[in-house]
Ligand binder design. Structure first.
Ligand code: PEP
Ligand code: MG
Length: 597
């Protein structure tokens, strides 16, 4: 059932589709422009009322912080919520409270303005103290005082996403990684953001939680108002404001079709993941949090191809220690049984920053202090993680380590040197680890592709991070909606780089070289599966909800046909034609995957 959208001009907004599915609900707009607080005086008879309003806002803020802390503890557990407990301390700071009340009483200032003035004074003070610890607390102080002032002005969208009582569409400029971990899946019917694209963390998270989402919608937080009815079409990258009855009917039909398709795809899980002519492909899961491991097993994943360990560093005010990390890694590894689990060392920096570690201002954060570069310059943080991984490997023999953002052999060698130092330390301490632990390299910088042969002689496996490889090859910031149109996974340069990586991997030790996985989002696009298999990829690691369609395609194709298709694609120059070549092939072998929209 197709609905004409042309006549809906003014209500239909185009964006980038980042997570499939459709969701309809009232929207909650987050982080729209905060209205400025007007300079004004109150009358003497209003003073006590304002003092009381301030006291009530303090209680309200404390209760909100309590709820956020509980929610974070539920999702991330342990020490993660302690940051919100320290936020509470700001609310109890007597000097802060006295100063606000003094301004209300002595200067006839309304409570919101007084609280804002004192908050700014505090932030300014802590920004300028020489002590590093206090400087790093500025973000916390700003966070909690902003919440307090919002409660006083009635600007109530702060943390709306954690306190929803009915399913809603979230509209936001962007969602930070620490905000996204607090999302209650049951209450989010869809996400619309102004920033980001398919490989931004919002997109990755939305797909793993199966939330329909679009990103890169220009001025979304100005266009939509909290309470408006929105339909988010994550298939076509469309948002419809106040959908008509006809559009709602079409939405219902499509949701039902998708449900039926998902049901039929579930049946494939019991069959081996191999092509019709017997080439086995490993279908692994990308996990952002340990809790997702159970879903991966349920969905029939052959392992974990990428555990992003950044989750350990968000929403907390102390670094995770070795034992905590050990527990988390072990939890994921044991819940996967014998299946291999690739744990990526920290990839913080660029869009993934945390207030517990210092990241200086950078003109080009994606070209800067990130991932392995950060780890090699912060050996204490790196060693803690490596020691935890090594110790976990003694119990869970299925653990493998992977380094992100490796630009060439020297960086790999430097990381390995630290790993060997950790092994020697553990030897001295009499602590066990798996001495045969496999170590792999993410191929996500073009220089690593060019040096793939040399890297393959050292590493145990490759995993191509296409999210970054595309960004660095095309010189297109993966978060920037203005240049999103250049972000093309089927650009001939990308296809050829994947092919070169596979050729490079052949130089590796072992029969036929070392295996190559793709763990970037491109691996989860079922329309590209024949192309990627044909290029010689051994493993696809994708978010759990995307697994079913990819598996169906693998089970319906002959490797020989895929190989021919890939050879043809390698001769082509037009990204759209390469996309069409692979997509048409999938349409032939698995037409049911294409629901008419
Ligand atoms: C990638 O770059 O493709 C990747 C998987 O890593 P991340 O998205 O975490 O940068
Ligand atoms: Mg990457």
């Amino acid at each position: 059932m197709k609905v004409e959208l042309e006549n809906a001009v003014g209500r239909v907004f185009h964006a980038t589709s980042v997570s499939e599915g459709m969701g309809m609900a009232r929207c909650v707009v987050l982080y729209g422009e905060r209205p400025a607080i007007a300079e004004r005086k109150i009358l003497p008879e209003e003073i006590e009322g304002e003092v009381e309003r301030f006291s009530k806002a303090l209680i309200q803020t404390s209760e909100q912080l309590q709820k956020v802390a509980e929610r974070v503890k539920e999702v991330l557990g342990g020490d993660s919520a302690s940051i919100f407990e320290s936020h509470q301390l700001v609310m109890e700071d007597q000097m802060f409270l006295d100063e606000v009340i003094r301004m209300i009483r002595d200067e006839c200032m309304p409570a919101d303005l007084a609280a804002q003035r004192v908050s700014l004074k505090y932030v300014h003070f802590f920004e300028n103290v020489p002590d590093e610890y206090f400087r790093q607390r500025v973000a916390d102080i700003r966070d909690v005082t902003t919440r307090l002032v919002d409660n006083l002005t009635g600007w109530s969208q702060h943390d709306g996403y954690t306190q929803l009582t009915e399913p809603s569409i979230l509209v936001s400029s962007d969602l930070t990684p620490s905000q996204t971990v607090q999302i209650n899946r049951q209450m989010i019917a869809g996400i619309v953001t102004e920033q980001g694209g398919i490989t931004s963390h919002v997109g990755i998270l939305a797909r793993s939680l199966k939330i329909p989402a679009v990103a890169g919608m220009h001025r979304a937080t100005e266009i939509f108002k909290t309470g408006q009815q929105l339909l988010v079409d994550g298939y076509r990258g469309i948002v419809i404001l106040s959908p008509t009855e006809e559009e709602i009917r079409s939405y219902d039909v499509q949701v039902e079709q998708e449900r039926e398709l998902a049901h039929s795809l579930e049946e494939d899980a019991a069959k081996p993941v191999a092509t019709l002519d017997g080439r086995n492909i490993t279908l692994a899961a990308n996990l952002g949090q340990p809790a997702e491991a159970a879903h991966a097993v349920e969905a029939g994943a052959n392992g974990v191809g990428l555990l992003r360990t950044e989750f350990l560093f968000f929403n907390r005010n102390t670094l995770p220690n070795e034992d905590e990390q050990y527990e988390d890694y072990l939890k994921v590894a044991t819940s996967m049984g014998e299946r291999p689990v690739v744990i990526r060392t920290l990839d913080l920096g660029a869009d993934k920053k945390t207030s517990i570690l210092e990241f200086p201002f950078e003109e080009n954060p994606f070209l800067g202090y990130r991932a392995i570069r950060f780890c090699l310059q912060n050996s204490a943080v790196f060693k803690t993680q490596l020691r935890a991984l090594l110790r976990a490997s003694a119990v869970a023999g299925n653990i493998k380590i992977m380094y992100p953002m490796i630009s060439g052999v020297e960086e790999y060698d430097a990381a390995q040197k630290v790993l060997h130092e950790c092994m020697e330390e553990l030897d001295r301490e009499g602590k066990a680890y798996n001495p045969h632990l496999e170590v792999g390299v993410m191929i996500e910088i073009p220089s690593a592709v060019i040096c793939a042969g040399e890297l393959a002689r050292k590493a145990s496996f490759f995993s191509i991070g296409t999210n970054d490889l595309i960004q660095y090859t095309m010189a297109v910031d993966r978060m920037n909606p203005n240049v999103n149109y250049l972000y093309k996974p089927t650009h001939p340069a990308i296809i050829r780089l994947i092919s070169s990586t596979v050729q490079g991997a052949r130089h590796g030790n072992g029969h036929g070289g070392i295996p190559v996985c793709i763990c970037g989002e491109m691996a989860g696009d079922a329309e590209l599966t024949p192309l990627l298999i044909g290029l010689g990829i051994d493993e696809l690691s994708i978010s759990v909800p995307n697994m079913m369609k990819v598996r169906r395609v693998i089970q319906r194709v002959y490797f020989n046909d895929c190989h021919k298709l890939a050879c043809q694609a390698l001769q082509m120059g037009d990204p759209a034609q390469i996309m069409k070549l692979s997509s048409d092939f999938v349409r032939e072998v698995a037409p049911e995957l294409f629901v008419e929209r």
